[in-house]
Design a binder for this molecule. Structure first.
Ligand SMILES: NC(=O)c1ccc[n+]([C@@H]2O[C@H](COP(=O)([O-])OP(=O)(O)OC[C@H]3O[C@@H](n4cnc5c(N)ncnc54)[C@H](OP(=O)(O)O)[C@@H]3O)[C@@H](O)[C@H]2O)c1
Length: 358
């Protein structure tokens, strides 16, 4: 099968580097363009990117010359699909312009997530939401987003509990510094410290899960009816957002049923055997002091950072408490986007030449 020509926007940043790592030898996509800001344009990738991701910079991208992210830079390169790791401010207009030119865009940025015509797709959880792109009315181009990094973990802790009735969710996060990007948090602010504020983060955690777990009626998405109360902190950890979650359910449950709901959870990406799909998508940790960012989240695990890890499950009546851990730059960012594109491809939404909405 012909591999689709992919452009990575924000290719020099942390999420962009994970895109490069995942896509440089991908069975369905090949890297056709690497784009970044004017600071990097014209430089070779090995000169412009300060590689911080585990493993070596792939050989086949080192000599590629960085280009701009606008349609006039990318369209002449015959791009079939775009993966965006742009800062939200830039992503808004650039992604819209590319989609307007008929290009399918898979974005990590927050700019379009709450647009009523744009899905926040997590194919294990809301595969049908991909159909929302029909309402974008952009010809063959469209925008599909993945969620904020903390949300991408949280919804895996919520979806398996839906059959018990979700009433409200209280979540407290311990978020890694890589979540703030390459130049994100000054070392003086975070070494030996915890910062109980991340700009805009609590709002995203309180709104995105309701859209993701909402009902797609074929036209629009009706938000799910539970409330989320979020508190977010930055901690001196490199990778991996840990989250303490307390869920109030509509009925009493026991810990065995909850554990079973998490460990048996699976979805369409697993059934389809998509290359980036972790199997299982949720790993239930049995050790009493897990999950931990430093243990079991490395790229050397079988799921390559795509599984969400849940542990410390406790139940009192209709209240379930647990900790979950998500790799913020992989399941929370680049890996999630690649999985979305793999899913869109098997569903007939991507093809060589230009996008297609079946
Ligand atoms: N880090 C995470 O855990 C995470 C998780 C989920 C979502 N996200 C989202 O993903 C996006 C990227 O995050 P990141 O952590 O990878 O950030 P980052 O490390 O700061 O990288 C930003 C990238 O965007 C490029 N860029 C900046 N301004 C640009 C412009 N005007 N035109 C074109 N390119 C421009 C930068 O290029 P230069 O090198 O040339 O400056 C760099 O490649 C953000 O929207 C972020 O919110 C991040």
């Amino acid at each position: 099968v012909k591999r689709l020509r992919a452009a990575i926007l924000g290719a020099t940043g942390i999420v962009g580097q994970h895109f490069v790592r995942i896509l440089h030898d991908h069975p369905s996509f090949q890297i056709a363009a690497l784009a970044a800001s004017e600071r990097s344009e014209g430089y070779r990738y090995y000169e412009a990117a300060d590689w911080v991701v585990t493993g070596e910079m792939p050989l086949n991208v080192q000599e590629m010359v960085i280009c701009g992210a606008a349609p006039e830079d990318l369209l002449p390169r015959g791009v079939d699909v775009v993966f965006s790791a742009l800062p939200s401010k830039e992503a808004g207009h650039i992604e819209q312009a590319l989609a307007g030119e008929g290009v399918p865009v898979f974005s990590n940025a927050g700019a379009h997530r709450m647009d009523p015509h744009v899905p926040i797709l997590i194919p294990e959880i809301n595969p049908d939401h991909l159909g929302l792109v029909h309402s974008q009315d952009r010809g063959s181009g469209y925008i599909v987003t993945n969620s904020n990094c903390s949300t991408s973990g949280l919804v895996f802790g919520l979806k398996p509990l839906v059959p018990f009735g979700l009433r409200d969710v209280t979540v407290t996060t311990y978020q890694a510094v890589s979540g703030a990007g390459r130049r994100g948090v000054a070392s003086l602010d975070i070494l030996g410290n915890v910062v109980p504020y991340i700009s805009g983060e609590e709002g995203k955690l309180e709104t995105e899960p309701k859209k993701i777990l909402g009902h797609f009626n074929g036209d629009t998405i009706e938000d799910a009816g539970f409330e989320v109360y979020a508190s977010c902190a930055r901690v001196p950890v490199l990778d991996g957002h840990l989250e303490s979650v307390v869920v109030t359910l509509g009925q009493e449950v026991d810990a065995v049923s909850v554990r079973e709901a998490f460990s048996s959870f699976t979805g369409e990406p697993q059934a389809l055997g998509l290359p980036t799909a972790p199997n299982p998508p949720i790993v239930v940790e049995s050790q009493v002091d897990r999950p931990q960012p430093l243990r079991g989240l490395s790229l050397s695990t079988g799921d390559f950072g795509m599984a969400v890890r849940i542990g410390r499950i406790r139940v009192k009546g209709n209240r379930v408490s647990f900790f979950l851990l998500v790799h913020n730059t992989i399941r929370g960012a680049a890996g999630a986007s690649v999985l979305n594109a793999e899913f869109a491809r098997v569903k007939g939404y991507l093809r060589a030449g230009k996008g297609v909405i079946p």
